[in-house]
Design a protein around this ligand. Structure first.
Ligand SMILES: Nc1ncnc2c1ncn2[C@@H]1O[C@H](COP(=O)(O)OP(=O)(O)O)[C@@H](O)[C@H]1O
Ligand SMILES: [Mg+2]
Length: 385
C-alpha cells in the first residue's frame, strides 16, 4: 500500500483582499489542508517570514500590492515556496511574463477549477517535502564535514602539544642540571651566580611561554573602542625605535588620512603590529628599512596597515606554515613561533585578514586589513590557516 501523505504537514497561505474569496477558499480546502488566510498582503508577508508556508496563493488585484509584486517579495524571503497567482483573464499578459521570469510557479484564472486547484496543491506539497528531505540530507553531509574538520583541528592540537613539549624540555634540562650540580657546587661562587642566573632565566622563559599559550588557547575577546589608528601605529614605532637603532635599521612611516574613528581593541592591535614589526627587524641586517603605512582598504569601510621590511624574505615552502603555532625558523632564544598565530587569531576576532607578500633577499610585506567597525562588518574572509 502506498504511504499516506499528510497534506496538513506544511501550511498553505492564501492572500486575497476580498473576504468572500478567503471564505470560499476556506470552505473548499480546510478539510484537506492546513490553511492560513489573510486579507492583507502586509500581514501575509509577516506570515511568510514566521510560518514559512510551503505554498502561497495570492490574488493579482489587491489595492496596496499586486499579487505578482507580493509573490516576488515572497520569493526573496523564502524561495522554496510554491507561488501561485489568481487572476482575471484581462491580466494574462502580465501574468505570463511573471511565470516566465520564474517569479511564480503557475497561475489560475478566476473562477478556478476546484479539482484542478486541489491537485496542484497536493503536487506542490509533495514536491516541497521531497525538497526538504534533500536539504536535510545535504545538511547531514555538511555536519559530517564539520566533524571531520574538528578532527583535523585535534590533529593540529597534537602538533601544538609537541611544539610545547619541545619548548619546555630545553629550559628544563638547564634547570635540572643546575639542581643536580647544586649540592656539590654550592660553595662555587661562579656557579652560584652565573648558573643560578641561567636557571632563573629559563624558569622565566617557561612561565612566559605558558602565558602566551593560555592566551592562544583562550584568546580574550577584543575590547572594542573608537581609536585613532595612526596613533596606534606611532606608539608601536615608539616601542621599537631603540631596538631598530641598535640593529642599525631605519624606520619610515607613511600614515594616511585621518583614521581617528576606527573601532578596535588598541592593546590587541598593538600586539599584532608589534609581532609583525619585530619579525621584520629580526629578518633584516644593518642598513635595512622598515616601513609602516596606513591607508584606506580596497572596499569602503576598510582600512589597511602595511608593514614592509627589506629583509631575508620568506621561502615559498614556508608561506603556508608561518601562521601555525610553534612554526619558527629562529634559534630558541629568538622566538618560539607564536607571534603570527596570535596575530592571526586577533585579526580574525576583529573580522579582518592578514596577507603576506615576500621575495627572497628582497623583503616581506604584511598587509593587515580591518573593518572600520567590526560590529558592522560581515567578515572580510579568512586566511587559510
Ligand atoms: N618579516 C619576515 N621576514 C622573514 N621571515 C618572517 C617574517 N615574519 C615571519 N617570518 C617567518 O615566520 C616565522 C614565524 O613567525 P612568528 O610566528 O612571529 O614566530 P617567531 O618570530 O617566534 O619565529 C618566523 O620564524 C620566520 O621564519
Ligand atoms: Mg615573531
Amino acid at each position: 500500500m502506498a504511504e499516506i501523505f499528510d497534506y496538513k504537514m506544511f501550511p498553505i497561505l492564501f492572500v486575497d483582499d476580498e473576504r468572500d474569496a478567503t471564505e470560499t477558499f476556506r470552505q473548499q480546502f480546510q478539510d484537506e489542508f492546513l490553511l492560513i488566510l489573510t486579507n492583507s498582503p502586509e500581514e501575509g508577508l509577516e506570515i511568510v517570514r514566521r510560518e514559512k508556508p510551503a505554498v502561497v496563493i495570492a490574488d493579482q488585484k489587491m489595492p496596496t500590492l499586486t499579487g505578482a509584486q507580493f509573490l516576488e517579495i515572497v520569493r526573496k524571503e523564502h524561495p522554496e515556496t510554491f507561488r501561485i497567482l489568481l487572476t482575471a483573464y484581462s491580466d494574462i499578459a502580465a501574468i505570463i511574463e511573471a511565470v516566465n521570469k520564474g517569479e511564480i510557479y503557475r497561475y489560475f484564472a478566476k473562477p478556478y477549477n476546484v479539482a484542478e486547484m486541489e491537485i496542484t496543491l497536493k503536487r506542490s506539497l509533495e514536491t516541497y517535502k521531497i525538497a526538504r528531505e534533500r536539504d536535510r540530507l545535504y545538511r547531514e553531509k555538511i555536519e559530517i564535514f564539520q566533524k571531520l574538520s574538528r578532527t583535523n583541528r585535534l590533529a593540529g592540537l597534537g602538533h601544538l602539544a609537541e611544539g610545547m613539549a619541545h619548548e619546555i624540555r630545553n629550559p628544563l634540562v638547564a634547570i635540572k642540571t643546575f639542581f643536580d650540580l647544586l649540592p656539590e657546587k654550592k660553595e662555587d661562587y661562579e656557579f652560584m651566580t652565573r648558573f643560578a642566573e641561567i636557571a632563573r632565566k629559563e624558569v622565566h622563559r617557561i612561565a612566559k611561554l605558558l602565558d602566551e599559550l593560555t592566551r592562544f588557547a583562550e584568546p580574550p575577546k577584543p575590547c572594542l573602542m573608537e581609536v585613532d589608528l595612526n596613533e596606534i601605529a606611532r606608539s608601536v614605532i615608539g616601542l621599537v625605535e631603540t631596538e631598530a637603532k641598535s640593529h642599525k635599521v631605519d624606520i619610515r612611516s607613511n600614515l594616511g588620512e585621518d583614521f581617528s574613528l576606527v573601532v578596535l581593541d588598541p592593546e590587541q592591535i598593538k600586539q599584532v603590529l608589534l609581532n609583525i614589526v619585530l619579525n621584520g627587524l629580526q629578518a633584516m641586517s644593518p642598513g635595512g628599512l622598515l616601513e609602516i603605512e596606513t591607508r584606506r582598504g580596497i572596499r569602503p569601510n576598510e582600512i589597511q596597515i602595511i608593514i614592509s621590511d627589506s629583509g631575508a624574505g620568506i621561502p615559498s615552502e614556508n608561506m603556508e606554515a608561518i601562521f601555525n603555532p610553534f612554526f619558527t625558523t629562529k634559534a630558541p632564544n629568538q622566538g618560539v613561533g607564536l607571534g603570527l598565530s596570535i596575530a592571526h587569531q586577533i585579526i580574525q576576532e576583529h573580522k579582518g585578514s592578514i596577507d603576506v607578500e615576500s621575495r627572497i633577499h628582497e623583503g616581506t610585506k604584511f598587509i593587515v586589513t580591518l573593518p572600520k567597525n567590526p560590529l558592522q562588518a560581515s567578515g572580510l574572509g579568512e586566511h587559510g590557516v
